[in-house]
Design a protein around this ligand. Structure first.
Ligand SMILES: O=C(O)CCC(=O)C(=O)O
Ligand SMILES: [Fe+2]
Length: 295
């Protein structure tokens, strides 16, 4: 069944099916390796074991990386959708504070709050994707949201309703980078669709800050290279859930590569209807000559 659907589900065939009046309703089995990751049956012994192991990874390392989560055929299909939207892709290019939720003007240049890092990448957002295309379909599987909810151990979790940033793709070419920062929400999900031939590593300092302690000393050591961050082992097909609100992270500059680095990012919230503020949306979608110093 998996193989058969894997071959049916390429975009060309999907388009020709829909032009003939057929609507193919994809199932989660078309996308995710359910033998390894039984998202369709989380109450089963293997489902419970998976959730337990993932939670432990989150507690110990602030990251849960599941290799081979996406089936190879679905990685190709998702990545093909992205490649087909090359013309509408936007560029993001500006210098940004790692501390986007704080006001950061007036700090010395060598203080972490005074530092600025480059953010240079291509971006596609929910509004630019086919609502019936694979990137959007994958986001909408309730089983995936439920899996993420269990991993975060939240009472409730809803897909973001943001018309732009609920579903986002980072597309990075040679010379692009996504400098050191914290996310403003916990529990960002990313799916690696394609890696670069050189560079583009996801580096992170797990749980380096808490609400009580910014740990500026260690943050400074990471910035200067005196302390080494962790590096995610995340080839194409990997699912990543990451505690980015407490864990400093970046994507290192992409080196010489023919292939772009592509990640598909999903946003969730404990409450329904979450929409990112206009200021953040604008920042995430456009280049800017002004550095981003925070809220
Ligand atoms: O593209 C990635 O792997 C993650 C980038 C990131 O940290 C972000 O978009 O906040
Ligand atoms: Fe991030």
């Amino acid at each position: 069944m998996g193989n058969q659907v894997g071959t049916i589900l390429d975009l060309g065939k999907l388009n020709s099916l829909s032009s003939q009046g057929f609507t193919y309703m994809p199932s989660i089995a078309d996308f995710i390796d359910l033998d390894r990751y039984p998202l369709d049956n989380l109450e089963s012994p293997s489902g419970c074991k998976l959730v337990g192991a993932c939670r432990q990874m989150m507690r110990e390392h602030a990251i849960c990386a599941l290799k081979g989560f996406l089936l190879p055929a679905s990685v190709r299909m998702l990545s093909n959708e992205v490649s087909g939207l090359e013309d509408v892709k936007r560029r993001v290019e500006f210098l940004a504070t790692p501390y986007g939720w704080l006001k950061n003007s007036g700090f010395a240049k060598d203080h972490p709050r005074g530092r600025l890092f480059h953010r240079r990448c291509g971006v596609l957002t929910a509004d630019q994707l086919n609502p019936n295309g694979p990137c959007t379909q994958l986001f909408q599987f309730e089983e995936l949201t439920e899996f993420v909810r269990r991993l975060l151990d939240y009472e409730s979790l809803f897909n973001s309703a943001c018309p732009n940033i609920s579903v986002r793709l980072n597309i990075m070419q040679q010379g692009d980078e996504f400098g050191w920062h914290y996310d403003t929400n916990d529990g960002a999900v990313s799916l690696v669709l394609q890696d670069a031939e050189d560079g583009g590593a996801f580096e992170y300092a797990p749980l380096i800050r808490s609400e009580e302690d910014e740990n500026y000393d260690r943050v400074s050591r990471i910035f200067s290279g005196r302390a080494s961050p962790s590096v995610a082992d995340a080839p194409a097909g990997t699912f990543i859930l990451f505690m980015g609100r407490r864990s400093l992270h970046r994507v290192t500059p992409v080196g010489k590569t023919q292939r772009s680095r592509q990640t598909l990012l999903f946003s969730y919230d404990r409450k329904p209807g979450m929409v990112f503020p206009e200021k953040i949306r604008k920042r995430m979608l456009e280049p800017s000559p002004e550095p981003f110093l925070g809220q």
